[in-house]
Design a protein around this ligand. Structure first.
Ligand SMILES: Nc1ncnc2c1ncn2[C@@H]1O[C@H](COP(=O)(O)OP(=O)(O)O)[C@@H](O)[C@H]1O
Ligand SMILES: CC(C)(COP(=O)(O)O)[C@@H](O)C(=O)NCCC(=O)O
Length: 439
């Protein structure tokens, strides 16, 4: 297979760099904290929940060590947010919805909590708009036996296209959803864009949270509560020997997060509550799907990926060997390296030889390599060894994951490791729910 492109995108990266510091309200957050052992504990023993959703100032917590870990008494449950709890990440392309089903609904309103959940579940499952564009419940991601704010329950995962949001609200209104008691919090751009529509259509005040804060809260929360969340690929481009392996994410700091949604955001994370947004790129998952739809006529992300699986990008891209006749050894550029993405498509004859599958594959490889190249440069600049890739661009998309794994390893001579998370696109929505009681 072709090699990832080299750092052709340097200028773009530097231009879009903003490097604004964000630090959540926790003391002694050093800007360049080293790899201290400040990670959440795994598992959830009954009397020792480690819950990063609670800031020190609002709840009675005590510091367990010098690295800002906070231990929360499980009885400090907030009663002003009626269950069931819903967290939404309303992104540029998809609405990610998580909801918490308590195993022991509070006795006082036992019936209404259960009934409310059943009614909302029925609505989500049977609503036309929720099923559009491959939307629906991600049953395989469900987490049983998780504690949120001291309550044991199950976390459910659901997604649908953001383009259906208005229809979704209309439909929720017509089915009487506004009358059901529950608490909804939201993040992503849509939390702001649709805030007034929520109020107008379903008379709901949503609790808004920043999407980067939520993303990190979600990552740390899920990782602390769900074994085997984090993984990497060994031998990523060798189909025979490629293996998915669990990575111990219990001491992750510092690390880089690359969130590949419609666009791309890159964050340096130094401690549980201390990070900065390093840069971003407008060439993300939306670009892939947009270009692929134009070039192949595909209708959905799943179709685009299915086409890409059968195509060859080397028919579309111009390789170093197409230009040099072989390697360019002086600068260690192998003949199979992509010299120019889509570079062969300037020629009519070559255009007539490529299929929709080849175009889909080339689009996927181009976008993925560009993100990999930016991520690698950020990791080098920031002195990071671990790069965590998240976002729904990676959904049902092992091609990109393996390419990113290979690219990180190859271009860093093995010093950088690409990591992935099972609940790839849902961390913002989870992070909202765990932040709920801070408001
Ligand atoms: N069912 C789907 N419909 C549309 N895009 C999808 C779907 N599944 C995965 N994707 C990919 O995921 C990207 C959106 O990722 P996501 O993390 O949800 O971002 P956002 O928050 O911007 O909506 C899309 O641009 C596309 O590349
Ligand atoms: C604006 C966004 C944070 C929105 O997040 P998204 O819905 O794409 O997940 C993201 O698309 C982004 O970071 N875009 C790149 C902007 C830049 O060039 O920095």
């Amino acid at each position: 297979m072709s090699q990832p492109s080299t750092g052709k995108n340097t200028a773009r990266v530097l231009q879009s760099s903003c490097g604004e510091w964000r630090s959540i309200d926790v003391p002694s957050c050093s800007t360049k904290s080293s790899n201290t052992n400040s990670s959440p504990k795994r598992g959830n023993p009954p009397d020792d929940i480690v819950d990063y959703a609670f800031p020190k100032k609002q709840l009675k917590v005590h510091m367990t060590d010098r690295t800002n870990s906070v231990t929360v008494n499980r009885r400090s449950v907030h009663n002003s947010c009626p269950m069931p709890w819903f967290g939404m990440d309303i992104g540029g392309t998809l609405v990610k919805l998580v909801y918490f089903e308590p195993h022991n609904p509070s006795p006082s309103n036992n019936f209404s909590q259960v009934q409310t959940l059943e009614e909302i579940e029925f609505f989500l499952k049977n609503n036309e708009t929720c099923r559009k564009g491959g939307g629906g419940k991600d049953t395989h991601l469900k987490i049983k036996n998780i504690y949120i704010h001291g309550n044991l329950g199950t976390l459910h995962f659901f997604h649908f296209p953001t383009s259906e949001m208005d229809m979704f609200l209309q439909s929720a209104k017509s089915k009487g959803m506004s009358l059901l008691p529950c608490t909804a919090c939201a993040t992503g751009g849509g939390a702001y864009k649709f805030e007034s529509a929520f109020k107008k259509e379903v008379n709901m005040d949503i609790h808004k949270f920043d999407e980067m804060d939520s993303l990190l809260r979600g990552i740390h929360y899920i990782d602390a509560n769900y074994q085997e969340e984090c993984y990497y690929f060994e031998n990523p481009v060798d189909d025979k020997f490629c293996e998915k392996k669990v990575f111990d994410f219990s001491s992750p700091y510092p690390y880089l997060v690359v969130n590949i949604g419609s666009g791309v955001s890159i964050l340096s994370v130094y401690a549980p509550d201390c990070y900065k947004r390093v840069t971003g790129s407008s060439l993300g998952g939306g670009t892939f799907l947009g270009l692929c739809s134009l070039l192949t006529g595909c209708e959905t992300f799943e179709q685009a990926i299915a086409l890409a699986e059968k195509g060859e990008s080397t028919k579309v891209d111009k390789l170093v060997k197409d230009i040099y006749g072989g390697d360019y050894p002086r600068f260690n550029l192998q003949g199979d390296t992509v010299a120019s993405s889509f570079g062969n498509m300037t020629c009519q004859e070559r255009r007539s030889l490529v299929s929709r599958e080849d175009l889909a594959r080339a689009t996927l490889v181009t976008i993925t390599n560009n993100i990999g190249s930016i991520a690698r440069m950020c990791a080098v600049n920031e002195g990071m060894e671990h790069v965590v890739f998240v976002g729904n661009f990676l959904r049902v998309n092992p091609i990109s994951m393996k390419l990113l794994a290979y690219a990180m390893d190859f271009w860093s001579n093995g010093t950088l490791k690409a990591l992935f998370l099972e609940h790839e696109g849902y961390f913002g929505a989870v992070g909202c729910v765990v932040q709920l009681l801070e408001t």
